[in-house]
Design a protein around this ligand. Structure first.
Ligand code: F6R
Length: 366
């Protein structure tokens, strides 16, 4: 049942190219020119009028919300508010008109996420669920459902569910941008072409496993980790830290790299591991200056990046080059080595990777 893999988590990490391809299939016509909107349960005209989007979830799915915010605000020019479901549900949010509420939930059964969804519905807001489990409560209760077709996820730590949520958000962003008339045909097609490359590039990222395994051997005894990134790499850093802490029980924090000097840098001393996630985009130089500050304090810098910039390599104690596509989709590609790092560290520490202590696959109580 584990298909020759030692753990479900490892199997599910390796299933990502297939899971991503399945999530794209049927949403992009064979000529790569059109996203299918019908299943959203929202008419094209209605989508065009959307003035505000709320993205709400828990845990890893919340990190997907943050990635969605960057995508939707940048590409579809629509303001997005993100929140953790346990906070959102009790906040008495005064919804703005023409809003769309989106709950992201792998299981479709997370109590806080369902409560937030019900609150939005009761407030008369149009609701959508990005969901993996077919027929789950969220999928039945939301006005529309957009399924991630990642297949059953057994390992408690979310992997393929997360990366397919990013794919779903990307497709949704393009649909929204198109409905709003914000994308010329050419850039729309190039966004889709990039997406169609993703399964193959995810396959490439998986080939880093041996290197990551070696890296895990070097760092698995460290008691603390910091993960830093800017822009779209910030939520990836949060997710990298969550993966490590939940399965290896090593204390790990994810931070926006620019926030580092407002507190966390106090932790850094010789050999302190800091994982930098760096996309070859606008933020690169800014992140480099954060790396210099860690280097000056003798921290141990592990870099995950699609940039080959000399300075970046020089500042890094370990440099993991990941072939990138574009800053939006790199969130998926960079997540893969981070999942593998968490996995191999946890295995070296003798942890129960598929069923970490104190955790349940679906949290049906608040
Ligand atoms: C972490 C993890 C959890 C879930 C969270 C939400 O690896 O799996 O943080 O992401 O419990 O679950 P869903 O998406 O089912 O609502």
């Amino acid at each position: 049942e584990k298909g020759g893999y030692k753990h479900f988590m490892l199997k599910e990490i390796h299933e990502q190219p297939r899971a991503i391809a399945d999530t794209i299939r049927g949403r992009v016509l064979p000529d790569g020119s059109e996203v299918v909107y019908k299943e959203l349960g929202i008419r094209f005209e209605e989508l065009a009028l959307t003035r505000k989007i709320y993205l709400v979830a828990c845990g890893t799915s919340y990190h997907a919300c943050l990635i969605g915010k960057y995508m939707i605000e940048n590409i579809a020019k629509t303001p997005v508010e993100t929140d953790i479901a346990s906070e959102f549900r009790y906040r008495n949010v005064p919804f703005e008109q023409d809003s769309l509420f989106i709950a992201i939930t792998q299981s479709g059964e997370t109590a806080d996420t369902l409560a937030a969804l019900r609150f939005a519905k009761k407030s008369g807001v149009k609701t959508l669920a990005i969901c993996n489990v077919v027929g789950s409560t969220a999928s039945r209760e939301a006005d529309g459902v957009f399924y991630t077709h990642s297949g059953p996820e057994i390992g408690v730590a979310s992997t393929k569910a997360f990366t397919t949520q990013i794919v779903a958000l990307y497709l949704l962003t393009l649909a929204l941008a198109k409905a709003k008339g914000l994308l010329v045909e050419q850039s729309y097609i190039s966004f889709l072409r990039n997406l169609l490359m993703l399964p193959r590039m995810a396959e490439e990222a998986l080939k880093l496993e041996n290197r990551i395994q070696q890296l895990a051997k070097e760092v698995y005894r460290k008691p603390n980790f910091l993960y830093l990134g800017r822009g779209l790499c910030y939520p990836v850093a949060l997710e990298g830290a969550l993966k490590l802490k939940e399965i290896s029980y090593i204390h790990a924090e994810g931070y926006a790299a620019g926030e580092m000097k407002h507190g966390p840098i106090a932790l850094v001393e010789e050999g302190f591991p800091v994982v930098f996630i760096v996309s070859d985009d606008f933020y690169l130089d800014k992140t480099l200056s954060n790396m210099e500050e860690i280097k000056a304090r003798d921290g141990f810098i592990i870099t995950i990046s699609d940039s080959k910039k000399e300075k970046l390599k020089k500042l890094s104690d370990r440099f993991i080059y990941v072939e990138g596509i574009h800053t939006y989709l790199n969130t998926v590609l960079f997540s893969i080595p981070l999942q593998l790092l968490a996995y191999h560290v946890a295995v070296l520490r003798g942890c129960d990777v598929d069923q970490p202590r104190n955790l349940a696959k679906s949290v049906t109580v608040e």
